[in-house]
Design a protein around this ligand. Structure first.
Ligand code: NDP
Length: 481
């Protein structure tokens, strides 16, 4: 049995308590590794290591920091198969998705910020010929990065890469549900020669390790991705200490389809935006609104495509499109939402059930991709985040009506719009209340763009310069000439 270790002060270490949590492979429902059940003592040790490393790391040139980061990214790339298998074993997503999506993106995150830091510059504000201001951008110190289980290495590196690129030292916690690739990353950091203490990874539960990071007085900024409830708790604890906060939270994203769209392109992409990664992506479009003239055509073609193309199966198998749900608890939560949808008057057009596989996968947690119609836009199923392979379809007649429905949730992360009418695309993009709008595409990502949500989907933006600005403190220096 694999025993995962914490990565503190450049070494792989056991949790001080010597306690471990069972880590499940969701495709088999069996324990395959042990994850440290760390507590505030381990966080304190990590903080001390980070704090001790800060002086030197923050004064290391950007060029040198960059070189080390590029070594880390190319070592992950070299070991892509090992990382992909680990991610799939831990998270349940199909192996092809780990291999072609998740792990290459983690490589890109580190590469992107490792190179960006060499181009990061600050501003000057001259006051005619009598004074000049310039802005110093210095690293914050020790920062905390906390990430969820849905895109484990992808989201973990999305945070730690800009943090260390800009000269901070990090105490990080991956989700205890999916700790494996963060552990492999710690081995790579040692091999790449990342100085001890620059990155510290403390595995364990949110209530112990996460809250010890959030409440630590020496940790001056928290970058968090996860659920809205947890985000609110982090904000409550961190606010009185005036920590910098970046919170990337839940979503309930609308996918708005106008009758004038390119139907075939829209259909293919809507299948992806509904069910990729078992629907466990904060950006998935779980509420699909279809303009009435094409509602019946869409419904027939979409349900057919889901039934024919979306093979639910063992995630290691090449033809599997939908793997297993990450945990038993989450599996039960998704099924309970399907029951709720029925109680609320919804008709299940396909799926709606758990899927039982054979042999060693018989105890795994699988759910058939589910399409539901006939629900009110403001019922719980259409307002609360399910975060699984479940979408609802709803017809609309006017732009005004669909905007009202789309904007009706507490969330405002992302929106997809399908139309060939450019003026309408601009008008809708302006009116939709979300941090990200995709027109005639979905999840097309450029790492330079601001990433984040409005309303209860979060505070602040990640990506590009936004992330490097978050992880630095601007200081204005005014010189009288
Ligand atoms: P959670 O909020 O449950 O957990 C996220 C992380 O926070 C985990 O590492 C968790 O540890 C930790 N945590 C839990 N409680 C605390 C606490 N009190 N203090 C500090 N840390 C804590 O989210 P999930 O892991 O369930 O992830 C799914 C959620 O993430 C969905 O709502 C999804 O929308 C959102 N998400 C948002 C994205 C975005 O960019 N906006 C992207 C991806 C996901 P533990 O695992 O032990 O609970």
């Amino acid at each position: 049995m694999l025993t995962i270790k914490n990565y503190i002060n450049g070494a792989l270490v056991e949790p001080i308590s010597k306690k471990y949590i069972d880590n499940y492979n969701p495709s088999t429902g069996k324990v395959f590794s042990l994850c440290p059940d760390s507590d505030e003592q381990d966080v304190e040790m990590a903080y001390q290591a980070a704090n001790a490393a800060f002086e030197q790391w923050s004064n290391t040139s950007a060029e040198k920091r960059s070189k080390i980061m590029l070594r880390i990214s190319s070592l992950i790339e070299k070991n892509i198969e090992k990382f992909a298998e680990a991610e799939t074993m831990d998270q349940g997503k199909p192996l092809w998705l780990s291999r072609n999506g998740e792990i290459p993106r983690a490589v890109s995150n580190i590469h992107f910020f490792g190179t960006a830091i060499e181009h990061f510059a600050s501003e000057a504000h001259p006051m005619g010929n009598h004074a000049v201001n310039y802005t110093l951008r210095t690293p914050i110190g020790v920062v905390g990065c906390i990430s969820p289980w849905n895109l484990p290495l992808y989201l973990f590196t999305w945070k730690i890469a800009p943090a260390i690129a800009s000269g901070n030292c990090v105490v990080a916690k991956p989700s205890e549900i999916t700790p494996y690739t963060a552990y492999l990353l710690s081995e790579i950091c040692i091999e790449a020669g990342l100085p001890a203490g620059v990155l510290n990874i403390v595995h364990g539960l949110g209530a112990k390790v996460g809250s010890a990071i959030t409440s630590h007085v020496g940790i001056k900024a928290i970058s968090f991705t996860g659920g809205t409830k947890t985000g609110a708790e982090i904000a409550r604890v961190a606010a009185p200490m005036f920590k910098k906060l970046s919170l990337e939270l839940g979503g309930k994203n609308p996918n708005i389809i106008f009758a004038d769209c390119d139907f075939e392109k829209m259909l293919t992409e809507t299948l992806r935006s509904s069910f990729l990664n078992q629907g466990e992506i904060c950006l998935c479009g779980s509420r699909i609104f279809i303009e009435r003239p094409i509602y019946e055509k869409f419904k027939k073609a979409f349900v057919e495509k889901v039934k024919v193309e979306l093979v639910v199966g063992n995630p290691m198998q090449a033809d599997t499109k939908v793997g297993s749900i990450v945990s038993k608890m989450h599996f039960e939560k998704i099924l309970s939402y399907i029951e709720l949808a029925k109680q609320e008057g919804g008709s299940v057009l396909c799926g709606g059930n758990a899927v039982k596989l054979q042999g060693e996968f018989a105890e795994g947690w699988y759910i058939a991709p589910t399409v539901i119609e006939g629900l009110q836009y403001n019922c719980r199923t259409n307002q609360e985040e399910i975060f699984g392979p479940v979408v609802t379809i709803t017809p609309f007649d006017t732009e005004e009506e669909v905007l009202h429905m789309a904007n009706s949730t507490e969330y405002g992360l992302a929106c997809t719009i399908w139309t060939e009418n450019l003026t309408r695309a601009h008008r809708m993009s302006f009116a939709i209340r979300a941090g990200i709008v995709w027109i005639n595409c979905w999840l097309l990502r450029d790492l330079r763009t601001p990433f984040g949500g409005v309303k209860n989907s979060g505070v602040g933006r990640e990506g590009g310069w936004e992330a490097l600005r978050f992880f630095t403190e601007p200081k204005n220096v005014c010189i009288k000439i």
